[in-house]
Write a protein that binds this ligand. Structure first.
Ligand code: PMP
Length: 359
């Protein structure tokens, strides 16, 4: 029973402390979880009704083509329906990409730090991972291109990047794609793109026309608030999307997730409200950090990475006793910092007072 040898160097995913566990441990009535970049405003009110209507006939497999959702997105994004690949969260889309394009003898290039699943899945496929350090929180795109060799199959860009929140702007991305060898895939993970200020938004869909090596990854877990239902998608030119659709499992998204995604996608009021509140609260929080003389990475996402004069763990542990769960930088390769999801205005006000007290 020998797993691939790489498994000896890896460990299973362990979630942070659960809300109920923290409540019990510290005898607290209310916990504010700002650790996983979830949506503090929940999700569209229209979702519950459609989920109730759909919650039946569990003996029947879901529509493995996600026909209705595929139609809706392809019309809205103006792409061919077959250019889309759905997954059990963007997590699974990332895994499918790795299974399709990586194997022993190949390599892939990732920024560091970034969302860990690119590296995790690449290693499982036997590929070598070249990690290129961020510079001031931003991707070092030149160094990423220099790292390309004849065995490079995928370059991962996370924009805005988790955990720094930094964005690769339109012009920079276009230049990068022009400079990148056309046989190397470029994956742009846009999990947090909805939170970018409108003037800075990057239009990646249009770039698909001229870049057959581009894959865009998106999720319903963030602005749409459906993290618990697990659904995300990739968009690419047909040659790539067809390979990905071959690699994915036939019934990898549930009927509940598909139907919820359809109504969530169409509830523009909820999305606009989530985005405008998040951007407002993010700015207020960053201003408060300035006043406290704390530095941070300028974020275009629904979180801010705060650099600290103390260890990330010490603030993390203190905030937990006060009812706030954040993410310590320790686990993200940045020991002297914490990543904090932007919550609602009242909670953010309480949180910054607590940070000030602690420091
Ligand atoms: N990409 C990034 C950058 C993320 O931060 C996350 C989740 N935190 C994902 C992808 C995975 O999202 P999903 O819930 O859709 O699997």
């Amino acid at each position: 029973m020998k797993a691939k040898s790489i498994f000896k160097t890896m460990s299973p995913y362990k979630p942070g402390k659960q809300v109920d566990e923290v409540k019990r441990e510290f005898n607290l009535d209310r916990i504010v979880k700002l650790a996983s970049n979830e949506n503090p405003f929940g999700y569209s009110k229209k979702v519950d009704a459609v989920v109730r209507e759909t919650a039946n006939h569990f003996e029947i497999y879901p529509d493995g083509y996600a026909t209705e959702l595929r139609q809706l997105l392809s019309e809205d994004l103006k792409v061919d329906p077959d250019q889309l690949v759905f997954g059990c969260g963007a997590d699974e889309v990332i895994d499918i990409i790795c299974r399709t394009y990586l194997s022993e003898g190949t390599n892939t290039i990732v920024p560091d730090p970034t969302f860990p699943q690119y590296k995790h899945n690449a290693l499982i496929q036997g590929a070598t991972v070249k990690e290129i350090p961020l510079v001031d929180g931003y991707h070092d795109l030149d160094a990423m291109l220099v790292a390309v060799d004849s065995q490079t199959r995928i370059i991962w860009l996370c924009s805005p990047n988790n955990p720094t929140g930094s964005l690769i702007d339109q012009q920079t991305l276009e230049k990068f794609l022009a400079d990148c060898p056309s046989d190397v895939l470029v994956v742009v993970d846009e999990a947090y793109m909805d939170y970018v200020e409108s003037g800075n938004k990057v239009n990646t869909i249009d770039l698909l026309h001229n870049n057959p090596n581009l894959i865009i990854v998106r999720t319903f877990s963030k602005v749409y608030g459906l993290a618990g239902l697990r659904i995300g998608y990739g968009i690419a030119q047909l040659e790539v999307s067809e390979a990905l659709n071959i690699a994915r499992g036939p019934f990898n998204t549930t009927r509940l997730a598909q139907q919820a995604a359809i109504v969530a996608y169409q509830d523009k009021d909820f999305i606009e409200n989530t985005v405008s509140e998040t951007i407002k609260n993010r700015q207020t929080f960053m201003n408060a950090l300035d006043q406290m003389n704390l530095s941070y990475y300028d974020s275009e996402a629904n979180f801010v990475f705060v650099k600290l004069p103390v260890s990330g763990d010490s603030l993390f542990n203190y905030l937990m006793t006060e009812g706030f769960i954040v993410r310590s930088g320790e686990a993200l390769g940045h020991p002297n910092g914490v990543r904090i999801t932007i919550g609602n205005a009242d909670d953010m006000q309480i949180l910054r007072d607590k940070i000030q007290l602690f420091l």
